[in-house]
Design a protein around this ligand. Sequence first.
Ligand SMILES: [Zn+2]
Length: 94
Amino acid sequence: MGRKGHVPIRMCTGCLRRRPKKELVRLGLNHDGGLVVDSEQVFPGRGVYLCPESECLELAIKKKGFVRAFRGKFRQVLPEEVFRAFQEERECRK
Ligand SMILES: [Zn+2]
């Protein structure tokens, strides 16, 4: 499928840079409206992408990127929780 060498590009919600999708972490909402790292890309509907960097997460929170992306469906951001998920994601990629 697709052209050879075609790389899907997504935009980071934090720094707004465009990067290959596989370099980004996808975040989705669970049924409680909590933010989760969707590494298997199993969550339905809208997801947001972030560089696996804590700076981008902070930017996304500051600029209300998540609120916009999820249209108010999302409950709240618990930065510590998301940071932890980020760390786990990073460990998996090593
Ligand atoms: Zn970024």
